[in-house]
Design a protein around this ligand. Structure first.
Ligand SMILES: [Zn+2]
Ligand SMILES: [Zn+2]
Length: 527
């Protein structure tokens, strides 16, 4: 009997102690929850500060290149550039995972410790009981804290993303619009590739960045893998970094991609006087530009030498060497700067190149023609001494005039048709291009009555009279706009001369976005 009473008393005491413990635990439950939820914040802060049991895996520039940064696949043939991805683009995800592991790891360890404490002894059950009472509150608090952290994080990230997207969008848009308005692009002087955005070389490590524009690798600036800070817009990059061709990695002319870029190919039969027209045209353009307060200079030595060579040739009246066939002559690039050097606002890079007559006639590969595809306008050179009708007029006493003119090989009409067809076959949209038809060697015709109309500027009518009506018809059908010029690369170089060889180039420059003086529309004849 006393045992039973003792047992009942012990049970009552046990129940009383349990109820007291449970009451205290229940009373302290909010405190446990507070500890748990505080832990969620502490665990997150630890990760953000680079502490804690689980360090986040850093998203490195190598991840960006290898495509393991969790970024969207870039458009185009290149992987992402070797630069640190923006925190808001990639790192936040890894930080979130690390915070989760850091926070949950502690809770799990707590449960494990409590359940294993005093293994093999009676204390174990006490430990299990206390752990359940205390750690349930802490765990519940931690879960609630984690939810709060996610909500606060989402808000912070959302605000951050909005700001970041606004900066990226504004900079990218500004960069794009200004370049578009300037008709800027980069054209490679070696492989003739034309690109809207050039590649840029990091000044620190020489690594090439293929897409410098604002984006996931940086909004206002980006950090190269080597640690160097690089600008993100093409407009700024073109002033600070070396621009390279996206296709062959060779350097582009200075300012490429950020200033107006005009390419003017000059076509015509062999010996038509294309090279001379290019030289005389540039030489005269310099004077025309100077009169407008525009300075012509060079951004590369090859072009400077070519220009100086041409200048000597024009001054001495010597013969121009025939352009070697089989390869495109390198473009002569000149830079026009309005109001003096250093102001890229009023700047243009002009690439003039004469294509050896036979170059386009037997090509299997059209990569070089890309240059033409992006050219706003072309110059077609007509040698009047190659026209049958002119040769007929030049009989008898004027025979010597023909020899003096070194007439072109090949009928202009035929050369035009072959060239135009070739351009269309290669996908060059002639319908969107302008064509300047330049009748050259006019100084040898000025004293001839049957060429008076021509020399007076009525070129189109004169070409029709001379039997090139098919050429005129085809050109006006094939191209968006055709304008006719009569030039002399010999006498026309004098200032203000009406046979100025600058005429066709000046017109195409104006169409390309860099007007030199007022555009004088031809008034004498319909075009
Ligand atoms: Zn290139
Ligand atoms: Zn670098």
């Amino acid at each position: 009997m006393p045992y039973i009473i003792g047992g009942i008393l012990l049970l009552c005491l046990g129940l009383w102690i349990a109820s007291v413990v449970i009451t205290i635990a229940a009373w302290l439950f909010p405190l446990f929850m507070l500890i748990g939820s505080s832990w969620a914040f502490v665990a997150t802060c630890q990760v953000l500060l680079g502490r804690g049991s689980r360090l986040p895996v850093l998203v490195t520039p190598n991840d960006a290149v290898n495509g393991t940064a969790g970024l969207r696949e870039p458009k185009g043939p290149f992987p992402r550039d070797w630069a640190w991805p923006s925190y808001l683009a990639a790192q936040w995800r890894r930080d979130l995972i690390a915070a989760w592991h850091n926070g949950s790891g502690f809770i799990v360890r707590g449960w494990r410790w409590g359940f294993n404490y005093g293994d093999g002894s009676k204390l174990k059950w006490v430990s299990i009981g206390i752990t359940i009472l205390v750690w349930t509150g802490v765990t519940l608090g931690a879960v609630l804290g984690a939810v709060e952290v996610v909500i606060i994080g989402a808000i912070a990230l959302g605000v951050g993303w909005l700001g970041w997207a606004a900066v990226v969008g504004a900079l990218r848009g500004y960069d794009h619009v200004v370049r578009r308005m300037r008709k800027a692009s980069g054209s490679c002087p070696v492989c003739y590739h034309v690109m809207a955005v050039p590649a840029y070389r990091c000044g620190g490590c020489q690594v090439v960045h293929h897409d410098i524009r604002p984006g996931v690798l940086g909004a206002a600036s980006r950090t190269c893998g080597c640690g160097a800070k690089l600008p993100t817009t093409v407009l700024r990059a073109s002033r600070q970094l070396e621009a390279l061709c996206q296709r062959c990695d060779r350097p582009l002319r200075g300012g490429s991609g950020a200033v107006t870029d005009i390419r003017v190919p000059v076509f015509g039969p062999v010996s038509a006087g294309k090279t001379r027209l290019v030289h005389a045209g540039l030489f005269t353009l310099r004077d025309v530009a100077a009169a407008e307060g525009v300075v012509l200079d060079f951004v590369d030595d090859t072009s400077r030498q070519a220009f100086q060579h041409g200048e000597q040739l024009i001054a001495s009246g010597g013969d121009t060497a025939k352009t070697p066939a089989g390869q495109l002559a390198p473009a002569i690039t000149v830079r026009f700067t309005r109001g003096g050097p250093g102001k890229s606002r009023g700047q243009a890079l002009v690439h003039l190149f004469d294509a050896a007559g036979e170059f386009y006639l037997d090509r299997d590969d059209n990569s070089e023609l890309e240059f033409l595809d992006h050219a706003g306008g072309l110059v077609f050179v007509v040698d009047p001494f190659a026209i049958g009708w002119v040769r007929d007029q030049l009989g008898g006493a004027l025979e010597s005039r023909l020899a003096e003119a070194h007439p072109a090989n090949g009928d202009p009409e035929q050369v035009y048709h072959v060239t135009a067809r070739r351009l269309r076959d290669y996908g060059v949209e002639t319908q969107r291009r302008a064509l300047a038809i330049a009748v050259v060697k006019a100084d040898l015709l000025t004293d001839l009555p049957w060429a008076a109309d021509l020399c007076a500027g009525a070129v189109r009518g004169w070409l029709n009279t001379a039997g090139l009506d098919n050429l005129v018809l085809a050109a006006e059908r094939d191209f968006a706009e055709v304008r006719y010029f009569v030039v002399s690369s010999v006498t026309g170089t004098r200032p203000g001369h009406r046979l100025t060889p600058a005429g066709p180039f000046r017109w195409l420059l104006g169409r390309g976005g860099f007007a030199l003086g007022r555009d004088e529309k031809p008034t004498t004849e319909a075009v």
